[in-house]
Design a protein around this ligand. Structure first.
Ligand SMILES: C[S@@+](CC[C@H](N)C(=O)[O-])C[C@H]1O[C@@H](n2cnc3c(N)ncnc32)[C@H](O)[C@@H]1O
Length: 249
């Protein structure tokens, strides 16, 4: 790994990797967790765990995110109508405090879903907007509607069955981070968020546990950070460089 470039990719379970990241070290979150496992279909296959398990597991993820995200941080988390409430509830503390991340809004991504001969094709993805207790939300113009309309056809992707659109990732990055920010994606898949980070001059920490997808992400994100046309991140905030040289495994 070239430590001169501001990205670091981990092959492993994100709960274990995040446990090794320092407190208040991450500026922004853009991620796409495996929410379809909480009910419904994923690429035509039934989900493999029940929603209670998903909720329990997601709450543990949120606890780590609360610790490692800066109070000023903001971010976006993909979900759907089944999981939107669980995704938001995972951040709710058990005791009253104003010092946690909170989901404050849902964006709807309208996408074309054609074919497969079924009625009521699910044509809306949701993207939760999560904010730290000291975030300002100032990067988002106050005329911005809570929907994105862009073609995205589930199941027709080159690198991952749930591969996200790099341009949408870039838009989300613009809304939640500045150049040089350290952005985390604990569910990196094929690395769409990492590629967007490279093109937007953000630093990136990506985690993926799947042995097939990790090399795909590693190749794609590395290429994105090394092509000459890509704008590389400016100097990182003083507390951040160690994030890219530490050896969490
Ligand atoms: C919805 S996909 C993300 C797809 C990604 N946005 C893309 O554009 O390719 C979720 C990913 O999370 C990974 N994953 C699931 N549980 C994980 C865990 N505990 N730690 C790290 N990665 C995990 C899955 O292997 C899967 O690739």
């Amino acid at each position: 790994m070239n430590n001169n470039v501001p990205y670091k990719l981990y092959h492993g379970d994100c709960l274990e990797i995040m446990a090794q990241l320092p407190d208040s070290s991450i500026d922004a979150l853009v991620t796409d967790p495996p929410f379809t496992m909480a009910g419904g279909l994923s690429n035509g296959r039934s989900s493999s765990v029940d929603s209670q398990f998903f909720s329990f597991w997601w709450t543990a993820i949120c606890k780590e995110l609360n610790r490692i995200m800066k109070p000023e941080s903001e971010g976006f988390i993909w979900c759907d109508w089944r999981t939107a409430a669980v995704i938001a509830d995972g951040f709710k503390p058990k005791t009253q405090t104003y010092d946690t991340l909170a989901v404050t809004q849902m964006i709807h991504h309208y996408r074309k879903m054609i074919g497969q001969g079924k009625p009521f094709r699910n044509s809306v993805d949701m993207i939760a907007y999560v904010r730290g207790s000291k975030s300002t939300g100032e990067r988002i113009p106050n005329t911005t509607p809570n929907f994105i309309e862009k073609y995205w056809y589930y199941g027709k992707h080159e690198n991952h069955p749930a591969e996200k659109d790099v341009e949408i990732c870039a838009q989300l990055l613009e809304w939640c981070s500045d150049e040089g920010a350290v952005v985390l994606d604990p569910f990196m898949g094929s690395g769409a968020v990492g590629k967007a980070c490279a093109s937007m001059g953000r630093g990136f920490i990506g985690i993926e546990r799947d042995t097939d997808f990790f090399p795909i992400a590693e190749k794609g994100v590395t290429e994105a950070y090394t092509v000459k046309s890509v704008k590389l991140a400016k100097a990182l905030p003083p507390t951040s460089p160690s994030l890219f040289t530490m050896n969490a495994t």
